[in-house]
Design a protein around this ligand. Structure first.
Ligand code: AMP
Ligand code: ZN
Length: 475
């Protein structure tokens, strides 16, 4: 069985993933604040977690994986939007949730098992806040409830900061009622026109962080497997979630996953910088959701990335070719069913192995290129299975159609012939145990960016992203 490995922010290492209970694998992703359309950066961890969800369902069992992603529907940004537009808060959040679903559906993201809205969990947040006061990890001051960071000795461990460093780094004015400048709000009073609920500390509303602790506890229990979000959430949001849940007596998340940022000219794409475009903007200009998906999965989640027209064009070419192959070979629900009956609907072991290695989506995409090129019955089944696992096909009766002839950067026949000669030389050298020559040939192929896979004793190849025919030399 494939061993999934994940890079855990908590330990700063790549670790074997061992679920607390393999019959109940649980993951939580911090979801959007719903006042506006999602920008492309917001889609990054949705797609990353979608692939993780699919991988876990493949490795364990479809019914045993629970995925929670929340909607933050109480927040001062939402209040500001309501005040500026004169609209009702409930209308704004309902409309934005509808948009979010439309946009993420277009990217082929499966709906999580639960999508709790913060406003549905106020009672649980009040209970947890009360518990933290009782345990002396929180205090009431001027109608606010604050978490006392000094009461938790590991505060800062996730993001690797000390409380003193954090204080030195703060630029905002510190509220006078805070015992420590880093203490954060669990509950705050609401005035006229602001959303609010009755509580033991007066009419008010929760701070942001407590919602994830309360919802994760309610839906996943006191301990669960994986928690994620963008690395911009490591501090303070995730640090605060850990402090709240741990001090309330729960183990909380075992593995923490953080994605790097989608950037625009070296800067994080964000609403506040104004350097963003929405997923809807792209879809409306005719970019297919699967093209967006393939581009986003083309870079490992742990690396920063840019959206570029070049990547978009490459993804379009690959998908045109791949969907053409699936259609040309008659992939449809009946064929998939037949393959299942015959026990031939199987994942390609190398594809899953690569993907299971800390969600190496770009490596998995390279493997799809190889499988698509080889086109034997077994590799085609593995290819189709991989397409589904990356979420590039979600409905076998509706494989997307891409216009135009089979595109893609197929190499010129003369260049392909050179690679074939080198592969034949490598096979001959291996057969005669001339390991020196075999290595030499392998190095030439590597330096030219040729990706070689040995399937059933037969070597097949595909030009990798850095393919450079000039480096093949004179054969
Ligand atoms: P927000 O609505 O700003 O709280 O963000 C929702 C999710 O999107 C969080 O997990 C963020 O970490 C993530 N996110 C925001 N901006 C980016 C970006 N430029 N690249 C990748 N992820 C982002
Ligand atoms: Zn959260």
């Amino acid at each position: 069985m494939t061993q999934i490995r994940l890079h855990n922010t908590k330990t700063r290492r790549k670790e074997d993933f061992v679920p607390i209970d393999p019959k109940n694998v649980r993951m939580y992703l911090c979801g959007p604040t719903v006042y506006d359309r999602a920008h492309l950066g917001n889609a990054r961890n949705v797609l990353m977690f979608d692939v993780l969800f699919r991988l876990l369902r493949h490795r364990y069992n479809k019914k045993t994986v629970t995925y929670v992603r929340n909607f933050t529907d109480v927040d001062d940004k939402i209040n500001a939007r309501a005040a500026a537009s004169g609209r009702d808060i409930g209308d704004i959040t309902a409309e934005t949730i509808g948009w979010y679903h439309e946009d993420m559906d277009a990217l082929g993201a499966l709906r999580p098992t639960h999508e709790p809205r913060a406003t549905q969990y106020i009672a649980q947040m009040i209970t947890m806040t009360d518990d933290l006061i009782e345990k002396e990890h929180a205090y009431v001051a001027e109608g606010h409830v604050l978490f006392a960071v000094e009461s938790y000795e590991n505060y800062g461990a996730l993001s690797g900061r000390s409380i003193d460093d954090m204080i030195a780094g703060t630029r905002v004015e510190v509220a006078p009622y805070k015992r420590n400048p880093m203490d954060f709000v669990l509950w705050k009073p609401s005035g006229d026109g602001q959303p609010g609920w009755e509580s033991p500390w007066g009419y008010g509303r929760p701070g942001w962080h407590i919602e994830c602790s309360a919802m994760a506890l309610d839906l996943l229990g006191p301990s669960f497997d994986i928690h994620g979000g963008g690395n911009d959430l490591q501090f303070p949001h995730h640090e605060n979630e850990i402090a709240q849940s741990t001090c309330a007596g729960h183990d909380f998340a075992n593995v923490w996953l953080h994605n790097e940022m989608l950037q625009v000219e070296g800067k994080k794409m964000s609403k506040s910088l104004g350097n963003f475009f929405t997923v809807r903007d792209l879809l409306d200009t005719g970019v297919h959701g699967m093209v967006i998906r393939l581009v986003m999965l083309g870079t490992h989640y742990g690396k920063p990335m840019d959206w570029t027209d070049k990547k978009k064009g490459e993804a379009e070419n690959a998908l045109r070719k791949w969907y053409g192959i699936l259609q040309g070979h008659g992939f449809n629900p009946a064929l998939i069913k037949a393959l299942k009956v015959e026990g031939k609907w199987k994942a390609d072991a190398e594809f899953v192995g690569v993907l299971a290695n800390d969600l190496n989506t770009s490596g998995a995409i390279s493997r799809l290129h190889v499988l698509a090129k080889n086109k034997t019955a077994a590799t085609l089944a593995g290819f189709a299975h991989g397409m589904e696992m990356l979420g590039l096909v979600n409905n076998w009766s509706d494989i997307p159609m891409f216009d135009g002839a089979e595109g893609g950067a197929d190499v010129a026949p003369a260049v392909a012939a050179k690679v074939d000669v080198l592969l034949a030389q490598r096979a001959a050298a291996r057969a005669s145990k001339d390991w020196g020559l075999a290595d030499e040939v392998r190095d030439i192929l590597n330096s030219a960016g040729v990706q070689v896979t040995d399937v059933g004793g037969q070597a097949t190849w595909t030009p990798g992203p850095d393919f450079d025919a000039a480096k093949l030399g004179d054969v």
